[in-house]
Design a protein around this ligand. Structure first.
Ligand code: GNR
Ligand code: NI
Length: 174
C-alpha cells in the first residue's frame, strides 16, 4: 500500500492553483488509488491532490463511518451553494489544529468520476463541508484563511515550531 507524503502548512506549495485534468487516463487512476490509500492511512475523510504535491484538480473523499464509500471528484465545480452552517474543521496539512468555520451548508457539485464519467451530487452536513474544503485546496486555499490574521499567524508559528523541534516525545536529547 502506498502512502504519499502530505505537505504541511505553511509550505508555499499548498498555495498553488491546480490545473484541470484533461483525461482520466491510467496515470490519473493510479494517482486516485494512491490518494485513497493515503487518505485512509492518515486517517482522513478527504484529500486533495495539492496536498500530495500534485497540482491537478483531483479530490478523494470518504465521510462514511465504515470508510467503505470512496468518492472521487475530478475537476469538481460547485454549481450551487446555499444556506449557512458552522462546523469544526481539521486538515491533514495542519495537524492538531481544529477550528469552527462558517460555510454554505448545502452544495451541488459537478465532477468526473474514476471511470471518466461526469456526474452531479447534492450534499449537506459533513460531506458538503468536506467538498468545499477540498475544492479550496485545489485553489491554494486553506481553512485557516477564514480565521483572523492573528489566529492564522499563531497557527503558522505553532506549525513552524513543531517542524523545528519535532513533535516526538521520545526523541533523544541532543
Ligand atoms: O480529515 C479531515 N477531516 C475534516 C474534518 C472537518 C472538515 C474537513 C475535513 S477534511 C480533513 C482531511 C483534509 O485535510 N482534507 O483536505
Ligand atoms: Ni485539508
Amino acid at each position: 500500500m502506498t502512502s504519499l507524503s502530505i505537505l504541511l502548512f505553511p509550505d508555499p506549495l499548498l498555495r498553488r492553483t491546480a490545473a484541470p485534468v484533461e483525461n482520466v487516463d491510467g496515470a490519473v487512476v493510479e494517482l486516485i488509488d494512491k490518494m485513497l490509500d493515503t487518505m485512509y492511512a492518515a486517517p482522513g475523510i478527504g484529500l486533495a491532490a495539492t496536498q500530495v504535491d500534485v497540482h491537478r484538480r483531483i479530490v478523494v473523499i470518504d465521510v462514511s463511518d465504515e470508510s467503505d464509500s470512496p468518492l472521487v471528484l475530478v475537476n469538481p465545480e460547485l454549481v450551487l451553494a446555499e444556506g449557512e452552517g458552522e462546523m469544526q474543521e481539521g486538515c491533514l496539512s495542519i495537524p492538531g489544529v481544529y477550528e469552527t468555520i462558517k460555510r454554505p451548508s448545502e452544495v451541488r457539485v459537478r465532477a468526473v468520476n474514476r471511470e471518466g464519467e461526469p456526474y452531479e451530487l447534492d450534499a449537506d452536513g459533513l460531506l458538503a463541508v468536506c467538498i468545499q474544503h477540498e475544492i479550496d485546496h485545489l485553489d491554494g486555499k486553506l481553512f485557516v484563511d477564514y480565521l483572523s490574521p492573528l489566529k492564522r499567524s499563531r497557527i503558522r508559528r505553532k506549525m513552524e515550531k513543531l517542524m523545528r523541534d519535532g513533535d516526538d516525545d521520545d526523541e533523544a536529547p541532543t
